[in-house]
Write a protein that binds this ligand. Structure first.
Ligand code: NAI
Length: 319
């Protein structure tokens, strides 16, 4: 069976000195890519710095016959990271925004520093690296981006208001990059991974950490950033413990209010069971324009308050 190869491709991976980033770096190098191994080398809480972790990964890749260069900048200095790719390998094809830290604390005890550092690394760091790569991608009409979210961001998690806000923020960021990048063949997707690592060792029992190999997350990232992926963009994928899935939004059919009933809390409450019902009539909106159907119906209703029966898309909307 032929391998999925990345020969002559330049892949930049942030936070590639450990955990998931290291797994990506060694994989892409083993499949022919030239890899920028970025890692600030600080603590899991974002303190200190060291060149060691990035150097170790680069040495491993070179010893295995691959090509890699280390970069020790913080993702907040994204331009320097991308410049390392340009100076060393002359281009950039793939950007995997993966660097991350945790500063878990209940909201009551959260300090501005806990909030700001998480935003700086996850949101601003992802923005700065992407911003620096974007004009290269646009000029060459090719680019593949993975931004790293988290189940915590998608669903919320105790003690992580800062991290969850940042991680869900990256979903909106990526979905918009996907819209703006499509015509330049720049595709951007979100990954919510699960793997045993220094970060998860602080929140998961040791046997679970051991059984979730970061290498098991790699295949879906490889598929999404490969040149053969021409369509999948703006999507959210989960990958953990050998399970891969896609996440999407779901909207209840809801209730279209009758202006004659009045837009009062009481009128909304009378329709509550319809508003929160996901058993039937659900939609899976893909963009802001998918809300326009309701807007049109609302306009018809407001123009025809006196009408006895109105139809929209063949359905009676007001009787
Ligand atoms: P890890 O701690 O093993 O690796 C993260 C790496 O990022 C570290 O080597 C660290 O030095 C580096 N880093 C941190 N701040 C940096 C900065 N400002 N600039 C450059 N490098 C920096 O963590 P893990 O688990 O591999 O996490 C990777 C990503 O996946 C993170 O974004 C994390 O939030 C996310 N994630 C991980 C999950 C898991 O189950 N491991 C679950 C959900 C999300």
């Amino acid at each position: 069976m032929p391998e999925l190869r990345f020969d002559n491709q330049v892949v930049v991976i942030t936070g590639a000195g450990a955990g998931l980033g290291k797994a990506y770096a060694t994989f892409f190098a083993s499949r022919g890519a030239k890899v920028v191994v970025n890692d600030l080398g600080g603590s899991g809480k974002g303190e200190g710095r060291s060149s060691k972790v990035a150097d170790v990964v680069v040495a491993e890749i070179i010893a295995a016959g691959g090509k890699a260069v280390a970069n020790y900048d913080s993702v907040e200095d994204g331009a320097r990271i991308i410049q390392t790719a340009i100076d060393t390998f002359g281009r950039i094809d793939v950007l995997i925004n993966n660097a991350g830290i945790l500063r878990d604390v209940s909201f009551k005890n959260m300090t501005d520093k806990d909030w700001d550092l998480i935003m700086a690394v996850h949101v601003r760091g992802t923005y700065k690296c992407t911003k620096a790569a974007w004009h290269h991608f646009k000029r060459q009409k090719y680019g593949r981006i993975i931004n790293t979210s988290s189940a915590s961001g998608l669903f919320g998690n105790f003690g992580q208001t800062n991290y969850c806000a940042a991680k869900l923020g990256l979903v909106g960021f990526t979905k918009t990059l996907a819209l703006e990048g499509k015509k330049y063949n720049i595709l951007a997707n979100v990954l919510a991974p699960g793997a045993g690592s220094r970060l998860t060792a602080t929140v998961m029992p040791p046997e679970i950490v051991k059984s979730m190999d970061p290498n098991w997350v790699v295949p879906i990232v490889a598929i999404l950033v490969h040149g053969s992926n021409m369509q999948e963009t703006g999507s959210i994928f989960e990958a953990a413990a050998g399970h891969f899935s896609k996440i999407r939004w779901e909207r209840s059919e809801g209730a279209l209010m009758n202006p004659r009933e009045g837009f009062t809390p009481g009128a909304v409450l009378r329709n509550w069971s319809k508003i929160v019902n996901f058993e039937e009539g659900v939609e899976h909106p893909k963009g802001v324009s998918d809300s326009m159907g309701n807007l049109e119906r609302a306009m018809i209703l407001s123009e025809n308050v006196a009408g006895e029966e109105l139809r929209f898309d063949g359905k009676v909307v007001l009787v």
